[in-house]
Design a protein around this ligand. Structure first.
Ligand SMILES: Nc1ncnc2c1ncn2[C@@H]1O[C@H](COP(=O)(O)OP(=O)(O)OP(=O)(O)O)[C@@H](O)[C@H]1O
Length: 605
């Protein structure tokens, strides 16, 4: 065995032990209760097998035969038993066994359910607590995969630990029972079981490797399939659905090849176990009858116990194998959670009085430099400084990739600049005040997110205490009240997957209403009206103009209609401020970026 193989073997079993200990500790007393019921059921099972000896004695010696040669059972009735009481006793044992097994299964089921629910919730909590820069670097499909498929595999790991505990208990009970019949024969069965278990070590090593490969493959499959489903409309338009199907087929074929390899290895191990068991059984019968001169009844019971002992060894192998195959999922989730926890935002929402009292503050960026990652070739924002006057509307313009959305993320406190600072009402915003600041900011992005829930609940996400009147008023401000009134159940209409489907423009108006209901100090509109027709755009423009003074507003837009009402304009170019000034002043300069943008738009119109 090479050094690497030996290290892997140790790592594998050490991981099994570590996970089992951790699982047991986390499951608390419920795991012990389940094990207690299991122990009771197993002891009853062991005794009922031993009961077969007197029963077989009756069968072979006639109904008056009563003497049994087992000291362990002599306490029952001084070593003698009649058929009637023996059968009643056996029946009671069977009922008890069934009842204990039922209690054990119920406890195990609840235990596993709670375990996986805790794992999933805690991973979700870690994701939701992570800093935005860390969260946004994770692919959506990877997060979904970890929260669904991988967490289900963790449940499988918990199940294997319970089954391993059960197998060990049963093994102990059967070994103890068969010791009462014949010590040497029991020792023989145990030695054979241990030897075969040891011989199958390479299969267990393979199981762990397979588990790691499966985790990687399934993550890739999940990511690709979710991308293909998202892109189905484009596939249809381009008439390339078959290419999509081919890609699914190819990742499926890869998964199939891996699974086949694993199934072959594991079924080989089971077959090997069974062949061994068959051969050893023959030797066993010969030794019992010819060497140890046991009675027929004792030999039959020993055989029964022997097959059970051997089956337990096979189960040990199977469950350890299965556990090793799912342990990579446990490790992947633990490392993802650890990573996220290290980058968690402070949970505490420090609510400094000055933020709570803000009405429509001035907002300034001072020499802000920001790069998405330390090794990125160029910074998304370079030494950016501009002012958003208190209670006024500032328009942020610039070509695609100029850095407008990055500015929005910094203003929202989601990203912290590597250099420079943001001043709110003249005060710098500290890292730990980011969450409190977001309570006072509303944001409407281009890609609107709405829950599959009622209209009212979508708005109450931003203001849980809002009354129906307040909701209607926000909808009216956003120009959404008319179409909501026409919906079958008004505010209580389900939207999204479970309810009616809305147009892009309608969704944007609901999202705007959700932002307005918060009565924020700063409102950020990031291409928020791109899907609206001119009539609704001008309606929203009027709403925004009316909000001037109540809040400070930043509008990121390409269309003149969403800029025309701005007091102040900032133009970005390649991450730098290229121009900044009053709207009226900039429009008077024919060479200003704003004038050129407006004239290009009107020429295109
Ligand atoms: N999550 C990210 N990770 C790495 N780079 C990013 C990320 N988001 C944006 N960038 C890069 O930062 C730069 C500025 O992007 P940003 O989205 O702020 O531009 P924008 O002006 O909003 O563009 P658009 O008008 O097309 O939305 C671009 O070069 C972009 O590639």
């Amino acid at each position: 065995m090479t050094q690497a193989q030996s290290a892997q073997k140790k790592a594998g079993l050490a991981e099994v032990w570590r996970f089992a200990r951790d699982f047991w500790k986390r499951s608390g007393k419920r795991a012990w209760i389940a094990l207690g019921y299991l122990l009771l059921a197993s002891v009853v099972d062991g005794v009922s097998i031993l009961m077969l000896i007197p029963l077989l004695g009756f069968a072979s010696g006639g109904l008056d035969g009563t003497v049994i040669n087992i000291p362990a059972l002599s306490f029952l009735s001084g070593g003698t038993l009649k058929i009637g009481p023996a059968l009643v006793f056996l029946a009671v044992l069977l009922v008890l066994q069934a009842w204990f097994q039922r209690l054990r299964s119920a406890h195990m089921g609840e235990l596993l359910f709670d375990y996986v629910a805790r794992e999933r919730t805690s991973l979700f909590e870690s994701l939701s607590r992570a800093r935005w820069d860390v969260f946004s670097a994770i692919r959506t499909s990877d997060a979904e995969h970890a929260l669904t498929t991988e967490t289900d595999r963790v449940q499988g790991a918990g199940f294997c630990v319970l089954m391993l505990a059960q197998t060990l208990v049963l093994l102990a009970v059967y070994v103890a029972s068969s010791f009462f019949v014949s010590v040497p024969m029991t020792a023989f069965a145990c030695v054979v079981g241990v030897v075969v278990f040891a011989v199958l070590q390479p299969v267990r090593t393979q199981a762990m490797k397979h588990g790691a490969r499966v985790g990687k493959n399934r993550k890739q499959m999940h990511g690709t399939i979710s991308q293909l489903v998202d892109g189905m409309k484009i596939a249809k338009v381009l008439n390339v659905e078959t290419q999509f199907t081919d890609r699914v087929k190819s990742i499926q074929a890869e998964a199939r090849a891996q699974d086949r390899e694993y199934v072959l290895a594991t079924t080989n191990s089971t077959a090997l176990f069974n062949v061994f068991a068959g051969l050893v059984l023959c030797v066993f019968v010969y030794a019992a009858l010819e060497v140890f001169r046991l009675s027929l009844a004792e030999t039959i019971v020993l055989l029964l116990l022997f097959t059970r002992i051997f089956s337990r060894f096979r189960e040990l192998q199977t469950y350890i194998q299965q556990l090793l195959a799912v342990l990579p999922a446990v490790q992947a989730i633990a490392s993802m959670r650890g990573e996220l926890e290290r980058c968690a935002e402070s949970e505490e929402v420090q609510q400094p009085a000055w933020i709570g009292e803000l009405a429509a503050p001035s907002v300034q960026l001072r020499n802000v430099t920001f790069a998405y990652s330390a090794d990125s070739e160029r910074a998304a924002l370079k030494d950016v400084s501009f002012d958003m006057p208190a209670g006024k509307v500032t328009a942020l313009i610039g070509e695609s990739g100029a850095g407008k959305s990055t500015v929005a993320e910094i203003l929202l406190g989601l990203q912290m600049p590597q250099a420079g600072e943001m001043l709110i009402g003249g005060r710098p915003l500290l890292v730990q005040e980011g969450r409190a600041w977001r309570n006072r900011v509303a944001y409407v992005p281009q890609d609107v997110f709405l829950f599959d829930d009622t209209v009212a609940n979508n708005l109450r996400l931003a203001a849980p205490q809002a009354s129906d009147e307040q909701i209607w008023s926000a909808l009216k401000q956003a120009g959404a009240d008319n179409f909501v009134r026409q919906m079958p159940r008004g505010l209580e209409t389900e939207i999204g997957a479970r309810g009616i489907r809305m147009s892009g423009g309608e969704r944007q108006r609901i999202a705007l209403a959700r932002a307005l209901i918060r009565k924020p100090a700063l409102l950020i509109l990031d291409e928020a009206t791109s899907a609206l027709d001119w009539r609704h755009q001008s309606l929203i423009s009027e709403t925004i103009m009316a909000l001037r003074g109540d809040m400070t507003i930043l509008t990121i837009a390409h269309r003149p209609s969403m800029i025309a009402f701005a007091d102040h304009v900032v133009a970005l170019h390649a991450g730098e401020v290229a121009e900044s000034g009053a709207y009226a002043a900039l429009t008077k300069l024919p060479q200003s970026r704003l004038s050129r943008m407006l004239s290009a738009e009107s020429a295109a119109a």
